[in-house]
Design a protein around this ligand. Structure first.
Ligand SMILES: [Zn+2]
Length: 340
């Protein structure tokens, strides 16, 4: 921990002296981005809750539920840790999970989970940026000093890159083989026929989350039919279901991948790569290849102070969805990485 981090944490504690202040701040921003708090049993919006309490009481069905259920913050126990980490990031205070665990006096595993979750939400925003650089992950080979569950047994951490490249090569070969042998695939785009209802519903869904009730209302179809069509669309990888029955279009990863290839590294990008390496070396010494993309996202947050200041990260979390820790653990950086 350094003096800047300690001072910033003191400021944070002064701004949010009580734990209930932290929870209410999160709820304030969930309200601001338009999250509709509903009873998870009867869908009613008539919820009663005392300030600082994580449980609500439904006036209609008398159910007691968790107010953060269905949100990015579902299952959090100590809102101070989450808001605190977000607050430090928003104030440009460079900190790693180990330092945060000491500063906030929490378990290292909790700090690590918070940092990975924040990394993933920033990365989600990075993917939606227009002027983002696409780079080969091997550009960062010199900072792969840490092992992960992807590092081949008995090998140095940087061998994870070679192992990954080999795996990708063999996968690409088998994909090509598959596409030649299957009539339902045309290149990378699967040709599929949609029913009239499915096409109508698909037209209502965009990148912005839409609630099931709204889809039923706008389509004029029976709710049961809508749910059936949504399940088909979800299985065809066209839409994505989020907590609380919200839907968005599925991000077309294949297109992103295509766009990423054939890009040579310009001089300005080279400068950014070096700046990122310096950041990693000074902050965390080294990283594992597996989590490279999250660190690139976090670096963007620290660098782009205009984009990520005053509550922007908190709002991004509120707009995002819950991720299980297992899902984060399974994350592996793709061969092409995104960098701002
Ligand atoms: Zn209820």
């Amino acid at each position: 921990m350094n003096a800047t981090q300690k001072m910033a944490w003191k400021n944070f504690q002064n701004t949010f002296p009580e734990d209930e202040d932290c929870l209410e701040e999160i709820i304030k921003y969930l309200n601001e981005i338009g999250w509709v708090f509903r009873c998870s049993r009867c869908n009613s919006r008539e919820l009663r809750r005392k300030r600082g309490m994580r449980r609500y009481f439904c006036s209609d069905c008398h159910y007691k539920g968790w107010i953060l259920a269905g949100t990015y913050f579902e299952f959090i126990r100590r809102s101070r840790l989450w808001l605190g980490a977000v607050w430090l990031f928003e104030h440009g205070v460079q900190i790693n999970a180990w330092q945060f665990h000491q500063l906030a006096k929490c378990a290292y595993s909790s700090a690590l989970l918070i940092f990975r979750k924040l990394g993933s939400v920033i990365q989600e925003n990075l993917e939606s940026m227009q002027e983002v650089d696409s780079l080969d992950s091997s550009e960062f080979l010199s900072i792969f000093w840490k092992r992960s569950n992807q590092t081949p047994i008995g090998e140095r951490p940087y061998m994870e890159q070679e192992y990954f490249d080999q795996l990708l090569e063999s996968q690409t070969k088998s994909d090509l083989h598959d596409s030649k042998n299957s009539e339902t695939f045309e290149g990378e785009n699967r040709t599929m026929e949609l029913s009239e209802e499915e096409a109508l519903i698909l037209g209502l869904i965009s990148d912005q989350k839409i609630h099931l009730d709204n889809i039923c209302h706008l389509s004029g179809l029976y709710c049961g039919d809508v749910i059936g069509s949504l399940t088909n669309l979800e299985m065809s990888n066209l839409v994505e279901r989020h907590g609380g029955d919200y839907y968005t279009l599925k991000q077309k990863k294949i297109e992103i991948k295509k766009k990423r290839l054939d890009v040579s590294v310009s001089a300005t990008t080279q400068v950014k790569i070096e700046a990122f390496k310096d950041f990693v070396k000074s902050q965390i010494h080294g990283i594992s290849r597996k989590y490279l993309q999250y660190y690139l996202a976090i670096f963007w947050c620290f660098e782009d102070r205009k984009r990520w200041s005053s509550s922007e990260l908190l709002k991004a979390c509120c707009r995002s969805t819950f991720r299980a820790s297992r899902e984060l653990f399974q994350f592996v950086t793709e061969s092409c990485v995104l960098m701002m």
